[in-house]
Design a protein around this ligand. Sequence first.
Ligand SMILES: Nc1nc2c(c(=O)[nH]1)N[C@H]1C(S)=C(S)[C@@H](COP(=O)(O)O)O[C@H]1N2
Ligand SMILES: [Mo]
Length: 226
Amino acid sequence: MTDDPADEVERDGKVKEKLVATKEAWARAGRGLTGETADPVLDRLPPGQHLTADWPVLDLGVVPRVDKGNWQLAVDGLVENPVNWRWDDLMAQPLFRSLSDIHCVTTWSRYDNHWEGVSAKHLLSVVRPKAEAAHVVFHSFDGYTTNIPLGAFDDEDVLLATTWEGEPISRDHGGPVRVIVPKLYFWKSAKWVKRIEFVAEDRRGYWEVRGYHNEADPWKEERYSE
Ligand SMILES: Nc1nc2c(c(=O)[nH]1)N[C@H]1C(S)=C(S)[C@@H](COP(=O)(O)O)O[C@H]1N2
Ligand SMILES: [Mo]
């Protein structure tokens, strides 16, 4: 027995090292950069992005077998009330619905995604971050991590999503539960989330240590660091 639910979760596939290397090379080359910025109020499509109607699947290549039975989420670190939710605990929270756009650093955007789940605002009201908490680190069942400032998590449109377009989020897209942070490039939206950790000092995640921008604002075209 172990107290890390990820140890009980099986995973298919392995990290696509070539794809990771390619994306690191794109970061170094500044692929997709236009050098422009845009106004999120006036311009719905961020600079350098094009619209797509479908929803591509992008990840490291490791696909965890998480379902309602073995799913667990720990929300811990610098919080007054850490929680460890199983599926029924998640379902007992108020249902939140939202509509938002996806902007991926690989230059595709997808408008008008309907999500349902538990809002970040609600989660924050349950766990109550301590005054020292300033950053959030997401840990996923495939070993992926990503980081955002607490202020970016504490936003009206951020949620732990369980459905997309009225259907459960598919396994490929991070189901049963993934994070959605619409105002940032999509790599900040962790699929198969298993732990949300509140920390005082910023800690860079998987892509952030491989040349991706720490802030990731699409309208400022914060694709890569440097
Ligand atoms: N757990 C996990 N979350 C992840 C990733 C990943 O590899 N593992 N990839 C990120 C990247 S780079 C992107 S673009 C989006 C892709 O989500 P999608 O496959 O649903 O389009 O997930 C993000 N979240
Ligand atoms: Mo991505």
